[in-house]
Design a protein around this ligand. Structure first.
Ligand SMILES: *[C@@H]1O[C@H](CO)[C@@H](O)[C@H](O)[C@H]1NC(C)=O
Ligand SMILES: *[C@@H]1O[C@H](CO)[C@@H](O)[C@H](O)[C@H]1NC(C)=O
Length: 542
């Protein structure tokens, strides 16, 4: 009997332990992943999947179809679809960008401002969609946490304020000026941290580099100023004069922490971050790759000379790229001894047929890159794609198009993980030579393999970090204690400009009073000496 009791107590103890340790299992989490970019959604849906695998009740709002399969019995998915008209607009925007030189981020941002701002309006629009409205107005929804996927518009954050629950933000780039800086008061450190989206702080921080960086920062922040003005107008148009919605300017001020799709200890830049910066780069990479579709599996599996994956991302379609460029690419690729998987959406209209090329509408990129026969990845240099190649240790040939891609490609090249060419000016010989160089010179594979082991070596994996920090915020009902005071300070106070101004005034006053006194004293002495000189003259005459 006593023994039975003992066992019972032990059992009870174990159960209590489980309840205490995992006390926030089964929290109710609302994710607002309204970005119009499928590559963002890949990262975001991976996070949602991790959270529901952990046992939380996850509700996800998206504007796009999920690019990764989701199990609807576990996840409550609400899609606020964008109209056909909007989809066309979006496609033409990406098409235009593919035809212009976007190597200067700031210029490229301003050039596309009008069209891009339409995207932000769409994101804001979901705020008052009846399906979403029900989520925050229906009192039966007891959410514990809101996670917002941020893309240049803070409007969705209003929902956390409406629900009065903690807010976590998710960003698909490294902590930059316009995200970590504006949301968490992260230091800018412009003398050695690039103000562009992605950049390791390699090389010497020369005068020219620092000079340019200050202007890049001004440009990027200027751009965000205009974007936020547009966002703000749209926000008030949507919420009207409903006082239960916070001011647009206050939306960024109650964020517990931000998950960034980066990993500074391996990728750089080395810089100070506030504790609310949580880097979970590689979150979309699965610990174990899923099995490949049969045709792809056979095609790569039988590639005795190795295989190449070619994907220009989910935004750029074959039709956006000049026909000549496509022909050049086809001509070169069909001559190679390697097999090529080419992500191509229109299978009736391919650049050409060749035994060594397999066109596929959909490619499970992460799983394909994990395959040992893949020797090279030809990519548009989206952050997600570069991350996956780095994780799996595959060298790259980048053909960047717009947004953060040119900067990502430049960093990748500086790390010697591959080469980069402009898609706008692609030439046959140059494309061929670059391919051969990356395929045959072992230095690229060696460098990226070495990086891969650094990238994977972390105290908590990306998956564990997401779980730990999400539950941390739920456990403590927010993370106000992590917040930097800078978040609530204005520009002048945050930069001590008032104090410098005061010091300057004091210095100027003391300089002028000293100057005046010296002139006065000098004047006095002069009159005195000239008087005594006159006296001497008089004495002499006498
Ligand atoms: C999960 O959350 C949704 C939205 O709040 C709610 O309708 C549903 O009942 C919840 N499910 C469980 C098992 O708590
Ligand atoms: C700020 O967040 C906390 C939870 O972290 C929440 O309780 C509070 O209501 C929020 N404040 C506003 C103004 O939304």
């Amino acid at each position: 009997m006593a023994r039975a009791n003992g066992t019972l107590f032990t059992l009870l103890g174990i159960v209590t332990c489980f309840i205490l340790i995992g006390g926030i299992h089964g929290a109710n989490i609302l994710c607002l992943f309204t970005s119009i970019s499928p590559s963002h959604l890949v990262i975001q849906m991976s996070m949602a999947r991790i959270l529901y695998d952990r046992g939380h009740n996850v509700t996800v709002v998206t504007t796009l179809k999920s690019p990764i399969p989701i199990d609807h019995t576990n996840i409550n998915h609400i899609q606020v679809e964008i109209s056909e008209e909007d989809k066309q607009m979006l496609s033409s925007l990406f098409g235009d960008m593919a035809k212009t030189d976007n190597s200067n981020v700031v210029l490229s941002m301003f050039r596309s401002f009008k069209k891009v701002s339409f995207i932000f309006n769409k994101v804001a629009g979901t705020l008052t969609d009846p399906l979403v409205r029900n989520l925050y107005e229906n009192k039966d929804n007891n959410f514990d946490l809101v996670i917002v996927g941020y893309f240049m518009n803070s409007s969705p954050m209003a929902i956390a304020h409406k629900l009065k629950v903690p807010l976590i933000v998710q960003v698909c780039n490294p902590p930059s000026d316009i995200t970590a800086g504006r949301m968490l008061g992260n230091p800018k450190e412009l003398s050695y941290v690039s103000a562009q989206y992605a950049s390791a702080n390699e090389g010497e921080q020369t005068f020219g580099k620092r000079f340019a960086n200050i202007f890049t920062s001004l440009g990027v922040n200027g751009f965000m100023f205009f974007v936020d003005k547009t966002n703000e107008q749209n926000y008030y148009k949507l919420v009207g004069d409903d006082a239960s919605f916070p001011d647009y300017a206050d939306l960024n001020k109650n964020i517990s922490l931000v998950f960034f799709a980066s990993h500074a200890p391996s990728e750089g830049p080395i810089r100070p971050n506030v504790p609310g910066v949580i880097e979970v780069g590689g979150i979309q990479v699965k610990d174990q790759p899923d099995p490949l579709p049969q045709n792809i599996k056979e095609f790569i599996g039988n590639a005795t000379n190795g295989a190449i994956l070619l994907s220009l991302g989910s935004n750029i379609k074959g039709s956006h790229i000049k026909a000549d460029t496509m022909q050049i690419m086809f001509k070169v690729l069909s001559k190679l001894k390697q097999r090529i998987i080419w992500k191509w959406e229109d299978l009736d209209n391919t650049p050409g047929k060749s035994d060594n090329i397999l066109y596929s509408k959909w490619v499970p990129q992460d799983d394909v890159l994990a395959h040992p026969n893949i020797k090279l990845f030809i990519t548009h240099a989206g952050k997600g794609s570069i991350t996956e190649a780095q994780y799996h240790g595959k060298p790259m040939l980048a053909l960047p198009v717009f947004g953060d891609q040119p900067a990502n490609a430049a960093v990748m090249v500086s790390q010697h993980f591959g080469l980069s060419l402009s898609l706008l000016t692609l030439e046959e010989q140059q494309f061929y030579d670059s391919l051969i160089e990356v395929l045959e010179n072992p230095k690229y594979t060696q460098k990226v393999t070495k990086f891969s082991s650094l990238y994977r070596d972390r105290p908590l994996t990306a998956r564990e970090s997401v779980i730990y920090w999400t539950e941390y915020v739920i456990r403590h009902h927010g993370a106000k204690h992590l917040q930097s005071p800078v978040v609530h300070m204005n520009f002048i106070a945050a930069n001590n400009l008032d104090i410098y101004a005061l010091i300057l005034v004091v210095l100027l006053i003391s300089f002028y009073t000293t100057k005046i006194s010296i002139i006065w004293l000098y004047g006095k002495c002069k009159t005195k000496t000239s008087k005594s000189a006159q006296q001497k003259v008089k004495v002499k005459r006498n």
